[in-house]
Design a protein around this ligand. Sequence first.
Ligand SMILES: [Zn+2]
Length: 302
Amino acid sequence: MKSGAHRKRLASAMLAGALCLLLACSCASLGELLAGRETSPGRPPVGTLSLSFIDVGQGDSVLVQAGGESYLIDAGNPEEGPNVVDYLRSRGVGELDGIVSTSGDADHSGGLADVLDAFRVERIYVSGHPKPTMTYTNFLRTAREEVRSEGAELTALSAGMRLDWAGMRVDVLNPPPGSTETESNENSVAVLLTYGRARVLLAGDAEKGAEEYMASGPHTGGVTVMKVNHHGSNTSTTPMFLSRFRPEVAVIQCGADNSYGHPTPEVLGRLKDAGAKVFRTDLHGDVIVDIDRKTVEVSVTE
Ligand SMILES: [Zn+2]
């Protein structure tokens, strides 16, 4: 992550009548795209849903800003906590209206304790079926302190719940209520944001089983932006899942030269076959997607 670095506009698109995304740059080379105008980071303009896929190496962290409110979903591994805090400040965040821990795994919940120490947080959302790792236990201890001292609300999420973030509808698609699944990735929190005609699907490390569950639910249909599940692992992003959610823009959060081989060539091939425009934090640094009523714009820091 290059906190405070200038952003380069990588792609812009029109959000047309029927959720049709026309990528204005679809014929340009990466070099031509990177030559686009530079913008300064900061609080997004009024009327914009801004998604920051923060480069936390091999892990997830997504800042959601809309209507003057800010929500953070995951904060990467423990050592990334200070970087995430710096990034939030560079985006004009003074306090957080909510944070979401999608799973107990260190590459998602690891940096959240630092975030809770640095910012007042109103609402804390966790998976209804988290993996009780040491990292998660540490985060939960800090979260309970925030509840005691600052009056934060702590809510366990499961599919079927609906949240309101600054007037934006947020549907919880996973984990299933009463899940008996023991594989922690399958209990990842998945949220679907609906902002005007745009839809954004963020599903942590969901794998095949969770994808089947979401694909059989009531919220299928094209999405404007999808965070690629589980860092581009071959155990996720099945052709069936892609056919149900049809992403226009897909963002992969993974570390450069990571030991897992993420993203796998198979997943990149499936995304290409699905017609998605792919952006990657290992190649592009922070990936920022700004969505207003008519356009979608993607910017990067590297
Ligand atoms: Zn992960």
